[in-house]
Design a protein around this ligand. Structure first.
Ligand SMILES: Cc1ncc(COP(=O)(O)O)c(C=O)c1O
Length: 417
């Protein structure tokens, strides 16, 4: 007797469920892009960089108060990361996210190079970084999702929105090895972003979070300079750039950087002058001595890449081996950054993540890469392989593929009912 497609699917699901139930007890976490301890160890010589010499290159005693915008040698590091003039750089504490939240707070409460924001809206290319979206939610900023393409945000949609709604006050951008898709903005997209301010008004800010500017896994991708483009189009007041050493040195005790126009910088420094008598300059000299030239930075990042590359390759290898040609998902093959992004067929992401979670393999919750945690297609899953060992990545990704196949069969069978 012929086996019907429904029976075939049922039998396959039973076989996969048996495999799933026979899995060993697992506890693997691929949720967040944290450096692993081997990566952190690359910067342990930060400890020995002071050796009794607390003096900056200009003779400042870094142990004392002062220097609200940072030491010149620390600004130089920010300049290499952000591709912006040294005089426009500010060096913050250990988290660029803090600088982003402060820029948002200033824009809302006091004005950042313009009038204070009221009932602001933000354009949010999605899938994107969940903590950007969380900041918008914190501030009550309405998020408007636009599609994230392989060359950056859908700029036709972005320009149309800006043309029709003056309450749009910003856009989130992760221009190089975007979180989570790994996309690098094309030259055309960078130029179109630089021009947005011409239409959007002085209060509009491009939040340019260049978190992965030097985090290449292969040949570095070229990103055109937003600063130069904004200068050419007269929109420097519309851009605020961010970076940090979180994934360069020690994630919890690094330096963060911001670059923006003199006008915006004055508003930011004024605010900082109220909340601190100066940043941690000892950490600034520690970092600028460890990463004392663009070449030293490049060598350091190559050592990171050597640790990370096998993990990224393993993710893609398992996906290719287990899912290629099955029509249930497609995935990015990022050349840098911290993430691989999987787009399942619609409606499968939550179930896949839930099944994997029950088997002891944790992924970022489905939906987290979209504003308000709502992926309209229930499709995108972010994979962060940096913390796990290569063997654990292999194990976790095999479980992931098994769970995705089960979810697809369950969905297919549901259609017969
Ligand atoms: C795009 C992006 N921006 C910022 C951060 C966090 O940066 P920081 O540690 O400097 O706050 C992350 C961390 O994953 C990130 O992916």
């Amino acid at each position: 007797m012929d086996v019907t497609p429904q029976q075939m699917m049922q039998q396959t699901l039973i076989a996969l469920t048996e495999q799933y139930q026979a899995l060993p007890a697992l506890n693997i976490d691929l949720t967040r892009g944290k450096p692993c301890s081997e990566q952190l160890a690359l910067s342990n010589s930060l400890d020995s960089m002071i050796a009794g010499n607390y003096s900056s290159q200009d003779g400042v005693d870094t142990r004392n108060y002062g220097g609200i915008d940072g030491l010149p040698e620390a600004k130089a590091l920010g300049q290499w990361l952000l591709d912006a003039p040294i005089d426009n750089i500010l060096v913050g504490g250990n988290s660029s996210l803090t600088l982003m939240s402060q820029a948002m707070l200033i824009a809302y409460q006091f004005g950042l190079g313009g009038e204070p924001w009221q009932n602001a809206k933000f354009i949010c290319p999605a899938p994107g970084y969940d903590r950007h979206f969380a900041l918008c939610e914190l501030f009550g900023i309405k998020m408007i999702p636009v599609a994230m393409n392989d060359d950056g945000p859908d700029m036709d949609a972005v320009e149309a929105l800006i043309g029709e709604d003056r309450s749009i006050k910003g856009i989130w951008c992760v221009p190089k090895y975007s979180n989570p898709t790994g996309a690098v903005y094309s030259d055309e997209v960078v130029e179109r972003i630089a021009k947005l301010g011409q239409k959007a008004g002085a209060e509009f800010k491009v939040f340019w979070d260049n978190a992965y500017s030097v985090h290449d896994l292969a040949e570095p991708a070229a990103l055109s300079s937003l600063w130069q483009q904004a200068e050419a189009h007269g929109t420097l007041d519309n851009i605020v750039m961010f970076a940090s050493t979180s994934k360069i040195t020690h994630a919890g005790s690094g330096l963060a950087f911001l670059a923006t126009s003199e006008r915006n910088l004055a508003d930011i420094k004024r605010f900082l002058g109220f909340i601190t008598i100066g940043p941690d300059k000892v950490n600034q000299i520690r970092h600028s001595r460890l990463l004392n030239s663009p070449e030293a930075l490049t060598r350091h990042m190559q050592a990171h890449a050597d640790i990370l590359r096998p993990k990224f390759e393993k993710v893609v290898e398992v996906l290719d081996r287990m899912l290629s040609g099955k029509g249930v998902a497609k995935w990015s093959n990022a050349n840098g950054g911290y993430f691989i992004s999987v787009d399942t067929a619609p409606g499968l992401a939550s179930r896949t993540v839930a099944l994997a979670g029950q088997a002891g393999v944790k992924f970022t919750p489905a939906g987290a890469t979209f504003p308000y945690g709502k992926d309209p297609q229930d499709s995108n899953i972010r994979i962060a392989p940096s913390m796990a060992s290569v063997d654990d990545v292999e194990q976790a990704m095999s479980v992931f593929c098994l769970c995705l196949k089960m979810a697809a069969l369950e969905q297919g069978l549901a259609k017969f009912n």
